[in-house]
Design a protein. Structure first.
Length: 337
């Protein structure tokens, strides 16, 4: 292949990379179009002049779960940039979440971004949105089901792949017996994470169910398990708040178990820096919220499909540990990681 031919073939790749860099550079934090403490000016500098849109973001957020604050912050940044009115609602109960999607349909929004923690419960209402001509994109949960449900795009992490990577990491650090703590029964993404861990981890893995909406109960349940089984050397949690609570459980139980987790926030990065938590898998929730909302603007105004409508856009997994936590902590402090 001659040099000029090779240059022509590489040009589209360079263009895509440059576009991605510009998109990420525009991700600054804002809320409702107002400048935020973390610098919403960058988002407003490139604000779209297209007609005002209304987008509903409907998640399965449980009360007190700070992970969703990061998702929402990313969504708000995209909304401010794209001249979008963002309507956020959430409920961990699948039936109630489906009703919230129906409310968005009734309000005749221009687009819906939804999580699919329990995809079967969302199938009917998503069909209604599609029939009404409202584009629906998925984020965070539902990578195995979004196409079957008729969504146009999906932004998130393959939880099974993330779980397998986590299991391999446990092998690397020499773990022998792990307990995987699931905070919401029936949540397909959480189940896939633990199943992935079991698939690649060479040691023993047990599953422990806790009530994620009752943190004192989470603490006492993990404590009791550690007291019951002194052979557990790793507690695997599926969210930053549960990892931080597990630190207290390990102390209360007098256990020597270490803690690793999926997802992070600014407090979690601090715990990794201190060494009380060993590592975390980050799926970049800010990016999920940002891309989901921005994709609906692109679809309406440009007819674009991320992933061509057939492949998900993966935002993780990425490991955060002692080797890179200081850099990540800078962004976590701003609420973008």
């Amino acid at each position: 292949m001659d040099r000029s031919s090779r240059s022509r073939r590489l040009a589209p790749v360079v263009a895509v990379a440059a576009a991605a860099a510009l998109t990420l550079a525009g991700c600054s934090s804002s809320s409702g179009g107002k400048k935020s403490e973390e610098g919403g000016g960058a988002a407003s500098a490139g604000k779209a002049t297209t007609p005002r849109m209304t987008v509903a973001l409907v998640t399965h957020q449980a009360p007190g779960d700070t992970f969703w604050d990061i998702v929402r912050k990313g969504a708000e940044a995209a909304a401010a940039k794209d001249n979008i009115k963002l309507v956020y609602s959430a409920d961990p109960n699948a039936g109630t979440q489906a009703n919230l999607v129906q409310n968005a349909i009734d309000q005749k929004v221009d687009g819906i971004a939804v999580t699919l923690a329990k995809p079967d419960a969302m199938k009917s209402v998503i069909g209604k949105a599609t029939s009404a001509g409202i584009p629906v994109v998925g984020l965070n949960s539902g990578v195995s089901d979004w196409k079957k449900l008729g969504l146009t795009e999906f932004f998130g992490q393959d939880e099974g792949v993330a779980g397998e990577a986590f299991g391999n990491k446990l092998n690397e650090v020499g773990a022998k017996k792990a307990v995987c703590v699931i905070q919401e029964q029936g949540n397909i993404g959480l189940t896939q994470r633990c199943d992935g861990v079991k698939k690649t981890f060479k040691g023993t893995t047990e599953t422990l169910y806790v009530n994620g909406t009752d943190m004192p109960s989470v603490k006492s349940t993990i404590t009791a398990k550690l007291k019951q089984d002194s052979g557990i050397d790793y507690v695997v949690t599926l969210g930053a708040p549960f990892a931080l609570t597990a630190v207290q459980s390990v102390s209360d139980a007098g256990s020597k178990a270490r803690i690793a987790t999926f997802d992070l926030n600014k407090d979690l990065t601090g715990a990794i820096q201190k060494g009380t938590i060993q590592f975390a898998v980050d799926q970049q929730p800010y990016l999920q919220g940002y891309l989901a909302v921005d994709s609906l603007w692109l679809y309406k105004n440009n007819g674009n499909y991320s992933g061509g409508g057939v492949q998900p856009v993966l935002t993780g997994p990425a490991f955060v540990d002692k080797s890179n936590v200081d850099k990540v902590a800078e962004f976590a402090a701003k609420g973008t990681r």
